[in-house]
Design a protein around this ligand. Structure first.
Ligand SMILES: *Cc1c(COP(=O)(O)O)cnc(C)c1O
Length: 217
């Protein structure tokens, strides 16, 4: 069973590197997956899921939350400003805070609604022009701006460049989090979650290794 297999691999890596058991949260990334695969994982008792598009998540999770208790939803993809309110209502955690305009919108809506998801700041560790995220050199200033806005920032998130060794990016993210007094690290996907755990990941985002390949056809 893929879910059990991944949980087992996480536990083994935690043990191998001396992390406490259960210190890594497994986010099952269900984007694009057929509903029956998602339901199967819910039926195995898993409750923590990730989606990368607000619209897609809004189309399936309200129903699934009716059927299954205690679902915890994470937004791991880019957030457009005009979807901020909807995202804040649907998601428990947002991993993609990547610009001051978005941070200000979240702060304003949080005040209006009296509620704010937990937040990660996305860092573009590879400084890739096409990729979202705060540049490493701008991070410390951005963290303090978010704190000034009263935002509940709990950690940092990154998506390393595909063609590079991810360990270097994971280590850089861990260093930046520590320097800013942030405890949580969202890093590691199907192909590299063990390496992320070795560098201190507290949240791994695993899709295809649990659900099978995504069919974008
Ligand atoms: C799709 C996605 C994942 C999961 O990718 P897999 O390789 O299928 O594990 C993780 N993080 C983000 C931001 C994603 O968009």
């Amino acid at each position: 069973m893929p879910l059990l297999d991944i949980q087992d691999r996480i536990a083994k890596e935690e043990a191998r590197v001396g992390r406490s058991p259960g210190s890594t949260k497994l986010i099952a990334v269900s984007k694009v997956q057929p509903l029956e695969r998602v339901v199967a994982v819910l039926e195995q008792g898993h409750r923590v899921f990730g989606e990368n598009k607000v619209q897609e998540a809004a189309g399936k999770w309200p129903d699934l939350k009716e059927r299954f208790d205690n679902v915890e939803l994470h937004l791991i993809g880019p957030l457009q400003s005009n979807k901020t309110r909807q995202a804040m209502a649907l998601f428990d955690v947002i991993h993609s805070v990547d610009r001051i305009k978005l941070a200000r919108a979240i702060a304003r809506i949080a005040e209006e609604e009296g509620h704010c998801p937990q937040l990660f700041i996305q860092v573009n560790t590879g400084e890739e022009p096409q990729k979202a995220g705060i540049l490493p050199r701008d991070l410390d200033g951005f963290v303090s701006e978010c704190r000034d806005l009263g935002l509940p920032v709990i950690g940092l998130m990154c998506i390393p460049p595909v063609e590079e060794e991810p360990t270097l990016h994971f280590a850089l993210l861990a260093k930046m989090a520590k320097r800013n007094g942030l405890e949580k690290l969202s890093m590691g996907m199907s192909s590299d979650f063990e390496r992320a755990i070795a560098q201190g990941a507290t949240h791994v985002r695993v899709g295809s290794a649990i659900f099978g390949e995504r069919d974008y056809g």
